[in-house]
Design a binder for this molecule. Structure first.
Ligand code: ADP
Length: 401
């Protein structure tokens, strides 16, 4: 148990570390920043203190250890170093928790070993998350450190929705099932939607559309996730910035047998050269919309394909939930693109879903309802805050034990 009121949230990627120091009394950021291009000559640390000017350091950071040490130095300059008594805990974003980690978890050697055992199902993400944890533990071995998993919120999805219809023995041997991702965001946004509407979350059925560079949908019944669009990996589901989302798995065999492509090439194609980028050459929705407005046919097709996929999921999740009280748009596209929101909700009055053009056009960073007052389903824009959710879960756990 600690008297500190701040939580440092760390999100370690393969070549970057993002951090936020959050004061749990009011959710304010005492500091935030990122280190990018770790291991490259052109490394960069950008530190944003609450007061004062942003500070930029341009140099090579040789590994996550050096990067985090530099972050600790920047925090120390503002008297908020890792040894400060105000620091209650460090919360780590960990992408894959497998079947074991369905709640935020205090990190021990045994927990770390288990996260390492999950590397085969999350080869791109868990290794970097593990490095972040190891480095942070080396810097402050005595401080509680908590892992918050991207998959955890989806652990409640019923078995019949989580299973792929393949041979069970093969699935079990290789831990093949639908795990889902972006869980921290879906959890935060579904709760924030209930708060926005002044409703009890236990009574509310919400479809959350997290539309960022990566994109996923989830169906949340009374605060419990019952379906989500990402699966074994973050590739399944919606059309994304550079990921294809759903495809016929047969196209993998086709591209291999007929196109002579290797598994790695197909992996690269579907994860990094598909989605909006693959369809029209741009993965930023602002650019896609601008070009479509100017009459560019590829961009218009990309926009339509993106929206069409979301609508298929929206309709599917309506049937899964039976009754929908709210549809919440979040993340970069969901929070900012009035065009995407309008197109997703077009001609769905029969389902009780529509947007008010004037409310939908308002630009704001606040959570807000954009549907007309007569709509049976509240359509809302609810900015996500995964770091705050990680900090809250971390803080709550540290105070439980
Ligand atoms: P990430 O998944 O990387 O966290 P974000 O949630 O920040 O992504 O979303 C990034 C995406 O949001 C951009 O690629 C862009 O497509 C989209 N975006 C950001 N601002 C706008 C805007 N004003 N209008 C439309 N799309 C936007």
């Amino acid at each position: 148990m600690t008297a500190g009121t701040r939580v440092l949230v760390l999100n370690a990627g393969s070549s970057s570390v993002k951090y936020q120091l959050i004061d749990m009394l009011d959710g304010s950021r005492a500091a935030s920043g990122l280190v990018e291009r770790i291991g490259e000559e052109a490394g960069r640390l950008l530190h944003l203190p609450l007061v004062g000017e942003p500070r930029e350091t341009l140099r090579r950071f040789d590994g996550h250890g050096e990067a985090l040490a530099a972050v600790a130095e920047e925090l120390a300059k503002d008297l908020m170093g890792l040894d400060s008594p105000e620091l209650a805990a460090i919360g780590h974003r960990v992408v894959h928790g497998g079947l074991r980690f369905t709640r935020p978890t205090l990190i021990t050697d045994e927990v770390l070993a288990e996260i390492r055992r999950l590397i085969p199902v999350a080869p791109l993400h868990n290794p970097a998350n593990i490095t972040g944890i190891e480095v942070a533990r080396a810097l402050r071995p005595d401080l509680p450190q908590v892992a918050v998993f991207d998959t955890a919120f989806h652990a409640t999805i019923p078995e019949y929705a989580a299973r792929y219809a393949i041979d069970r023995r093969v699935a079990d041997e290789y831990r093949v099932r639908r795990y889902g991702f972006h869980g921290t965001s879906h959890q935060y946004v579904s709760r924030a939607t209930a708060r926005l509407l002044g409703r009890d979350q236990a009574e509310l059925n919400v479809i959350v559309l997290h539309l960022g560079n990566g994109a996923s949908a989830s169906a949340v019944a009374g605060g419990v996730c019952v379906e989500t669009s990402m699966g074994l990996t973050p590739l399944e589901g919606l059309v994304m910035g550079t990921r294809s989302g759903d495809v016929d798995p047969g196209l993998v065999f086709h591209l291999h047998r007929v196109g002579g492509m290797t598994v790695d090439q197909i992996d690269d194609l579907l994860n990094r050269r598909s989605g909006l980028l693959g369809l029209c050459g741009d993965n930023d929705m602002r650019e896609v919309w601008r070009r479509a407005e100017e009459g560019d046919e590829d961009a218009a097709l990309a926009f339509d394909a993106y929206v069409h996929r979301i609508r298929r999921y929206l309709g599917g999740y309506y049937a899964v939930l039976g009754r929908v009280d709210a549809v919440a748009f979040t993340a970069g596209v969901g929070e900012n693109s009035a065009q995407v929101r309008a197109a997703v909700c077009a001609n769905l009055e029969e389902l009780g879903i529509s947007v008010d053009p004037e409310l939908n056009a308002v630009r704001s960073r606040e959570a807000r309802v954009v549907s007309p007052s007569y709509g049976r389903v509240a359509v809302a824009v609810v900015p996500t805050d995964e770091e705050l959710e990680i900090a809250q879960q971390t803080f709550a756990l540290v105070h439980e034990v």
